[in-house]
Ligand binder design. Structure first.
Ligand code: NDP
Length: 392
């Protein structure tokens, strides 16, 4: 039914390629390209049921992406490289008339500031070209946005208070490691916190607000308020929201390591001179830390990510909680990945499926909550991320 070009052969790219290969009736041709060809070849060697083609590409350069698009002729690009490549890949899509999907919004390499503004600015260009960009089709952002639109459609006349809660209660046996790209992950966590209340954004010191929550199938964990990108689009598309916050759990051990790394300056993103070379400390740190995909074989435990929503239905107050629980070891058994890569890669595949099967159609740049949530929610149950709901 459709050809996809996946860019990025890291932890998430591995899952996307394998999940697309599980649905050959939709993805009848798959290309996988990344900066390092050997990573694509390794993933290819683990997929037997479908012919997957590989290529080397530096996606920072739109001309290289354009050349690859002309060679592979895809209907859609699934961008699971890094957020830095979002704009150059979108530029290549505009030049060639190919649909676009990603899982993380653009951020400039020299400033830890993520915002949809750069990508939303391309809406008219995508519309004029008659193509579609689907932004943030991972878990959070991604499924969390769809959880909210599903809640609105089925449970609320108005959603007033939303708490998005992301818990990873897994253990990988390392003293310190990040679950996805270390540079992107540490930039996200160490920036100032931010949430939306009474029509304005309120900033907080990094990780300064926290509270315990009893996560189903996991138990009580301390969760910390962070800024996360889906809040920006949810506030735009559901103007009735009075407050929205994002919470993520961290262990004390993780936070202690992070504090030390910050205090010694190795999470800095500005270049420093080292023996006549310019190095960016956080990139050097990335080279020292375990590759997130290498955590998969020994990862035990579960993740729980969901949305707690308070609002009004037919004049009455209502609280609705929807979440998914994912098991690290089960993910490894299925696609040799840990649950963070899995919970990102599966929704990327489903988002691509929505576009290729024309369940979700549009011309321009869109976020997940702008489309009918039902077909996406149905596929989550089929392709490995079943969800549960509670009316409290
Ligand atoms: P990894 O670092 O494991 O993988 C990224 C891959 O992209 C690497 O294989 C890397 O290649 C490749 N890459 C980097 N730069 C370029 C470039 N210029 N050209 C071509 N390829 C490039 O990261 P993850 O797989 O963990 O994460 C992938 C994306 O998913 C990130 O954007 C991350 O923010 C997002 N994410 C989203 C989540 C969500 O829920 N929405 C959750 C988790 C992650 P090489 O190794 O050769 O350098």
């Amino acid at each position: 039914m459709g050809k996809v070009l996946i860019i990025g052969a890291g932890g998430v790219g591995n899952v996307v390629a394998k999940k697309c290969a599980q649905v050959p009736e939709v993805f009848n041709e798959i290309w996988l390209a990344s900066r390092t060809l050997s990573k694509c070849e390794k993933i290819k060697s683990e997929i037997n049921n479908i012919k997957l083609k590989t290529a080397q590409v530096n996606a920072d350069n739109p001309n290289e992406v354009i050349k690859l698009i002309k060679k592979s002729n895809p209907d859609l690009i699934i961008n699971v490289a890094l957020p830095y490549q979002d704009l150059s890949i979108m530029e290549a899509c505009l030049a060639t008339g190919v649909h676009y999907l990603d899982t993380a919004n653009y951020e400039p390499p020299d400033e830890a500031k993520f915002s949809y503004s750069w990508q939303w600015d391309l809406h008219e260009k995508f519309k004029d070209k008659g193509i579609m960009a689907l932004l943030g089709s991972g878990f959070d952002p991604g499924v969390t946005n769809v959880f909210c639109s599903y809640a609105k459609k089925n449970h609320f006349d108005e959603m007033h208070y939303i708490d998005i809660m992301d818990c990873n209660a897994g253990s990988h046996g390392h003293a310190f490691a990040t679950n996805f790209n270390p540079e992107i992950n540490i930039r996200e966590i160490t920036q100032r916190g931010k949430y939306f209340e009474s029509n304005k954004w309120i900033e907080t010191d990094p990780l300064s607000i926290h509270k315990p929550f009893d996560f189903p199938e996991i138990g009580e964990k301390e969760m910390y308020l962070l800024y996360h990108e889906e809040m920006e689009s949810l506030v735009k598309h559901f103007p009735e929201i009075k407050r929205i916050r994002f919470w993520m759990t961290f262990s004390e051990q993780y936070l202690t390591h992070l504090e030390v790394l910050q205090n010694v300056g190795i999470t800095r993103i500005d270049p420093v001179n080292y023996e006549g070379h310019k190095i960016i400390p956080i990139q050097f740190l990335k080279a020292l830390l375990p590759d997130p995909s290498s955590l998969a074989p020994n990862y035990k435990g579960k993740t729980n990510i969901g949305c707690m929503i308070d609002g009004i239905k037919e004049g009455k107050k209502k609280t609705y909680y929807v979440y998914n629980v994912c098991d690290h070891a089960e993910c490894f058994k299925e696609v040799q990945a840990q649950a963070i890569s899995y919970t990102t890669g599966v929704p990327a595949m489903i988002g691509a499926m929505m576009i290729l099967t024309k369940k979700w159609q549009g011309k321009g740049v869109f976020n997940m909550e702008q489309f009918d949530p039902e077909p996406f929610m149905e596929k989550l149950n089929i392709y490995g991320l079943p969800w549960k709901e509670k009316i409290l």
